[in-house]
Design a binder for this molecule. Sequence first.
Ligand code: C2O
Ligand code: CU
Length: 534
Amino acid sequence: MNRRRFLGIGASVLGAGALVAVAVPSAARLFAEGRPGRLLSSELDLPEAFRVPLPVPVVLKPVRTEGTTDYYEITQQVAKLEILPGVRTEAWTYGGSFPGPTVVTRSGRTTVVKHRNELPVPSVTHLHGGHTPADSDGYPVDLLLPVGSSADAAQGAAGKAGPAGMPGMAGMPGMHHAAGRDIVGERSYTYPGRQRAATLWYHDHRMGFTGPGVWRGLAGFHLVQDDEEGALPLPRGERDLPLMIADRSFAADGSFSYPSSDPALGEPGVTAAYANGVLGDVILVNGAPWPRLDVDRLRYRLRLLNASNARLYRLELDPQPAGGDALVQIGSDGGLLASPVAHDGIEIAPAERFDVVVDFSRYEPGTRVRLVNRFGTGRTAEVMCFDVSAKQVTDDSSVPDKLATVEELSSSAVVTTRDFTFRRSRTDGWIINGERYQPGQSIATPALGTVERWRFSSDLHHPVHVHLDHFQVIGRNGKDPGPYDAGWKDTVDLRPAEAVEVLVRFTDYAGAYMLHCHNLEHEDMAMMADFTVQ
Ligand code: C2O
Ligand code: CU
């Protein structure tokens, strides 16, 4: 970094004029590290940053509660939303909003969510990070067909084949699959709640069309709470904020723009130029572009979720508080860490969650604290801002040194070691262990109750996600885990030419589950595999 750029970074704290200067070193790094994706530029003027207040998704109320079960209902529907000020965007939504409503459940209680599909396309709902029986896990060919679809449509859908480029893809948009269990109109997903407190999210998982489905709005938070976490003096209520960070691009008419190879969505996949992932030029937090939030000089809990299709972020606060360590991580994908880990910045890949506490009393009253993305350039280097108030307040929250009891899986318990390679093939798209995804074709059969060592290796960046059970990262390239690997994870970012080792124990539910890349363009273009727990 030369001196001039360095000065540019300093100046940017004072105003927006130096944003491009901030971007230069990140761009060099981005190229050097081979981050995936290609920028899709919006065709309309983008709004200024830090004008729109941060929205917080509503918490969904149960329609009924009985004994140990809570029942919820969500209607998947097309909605016209004002995402960019003064611009109407047609979205595919859970319940009419993007993000969808937040589902808050209690560990130990069963949650039943009835989804009704009023979208123009089939859907599949997956609870990401959920410890879920196979028939409610959102297997990608278990389609929920739109209300009013005829039994014929369901029939016609059966038996047709897989993801991009496979035979049998013609017919009704998105209706092709093999061996799926079609349901028309409404279906219930059951989540038994046998898992600890954690920040989960739900999103569309339809075979071949997860990328466009999530891009158009099909994503929401699902928070699990429990007594262990509830007993801690962490910030709560309005100071416990889920933040869904997602990049999007907009067409001239205000619609979401997405480079589907078939704009009618009859065929999955994106045009060749975007095969490595679609990057938007607008950064949304909870569905609002570069929003702002007034904060008091108190601790806030920020549940960071990267719901982007392909974009990786390095999130930092700017300015950093004196002494650094602004982002105190208390949890990861699978809930609380044993003890907090302080970071100056957090690198977050698609689908990962980092639960952090920020103490805004470390800033002078009146400070504008920007949440920035050091991997971004220009507008994508900004995320949101916090304006620190001058109000006199006292904080009743704290971050204890011991957060939770976290069992450590031990390598000595491993019964089987398996290797999974993630790479691009010249002829077959994105593949795992040399194969394109084939529903029903299992590449691993772990036994219920056992611990396995899974080794993931990659050519490029791939955020690898395993359904059913969380795992623990025990090494990267034969060395110790990285700074963002702590705790129970369900998604881990593989960097180019990297091998990551994890331990996972398969518990409670037998059946067919997925492991896949969570770069949604890679996923839709076949970088998925089934494993069957027996
Ligand atoms: Cu977040 Cu299999 O997905
Ligand atoms: Cu990938």
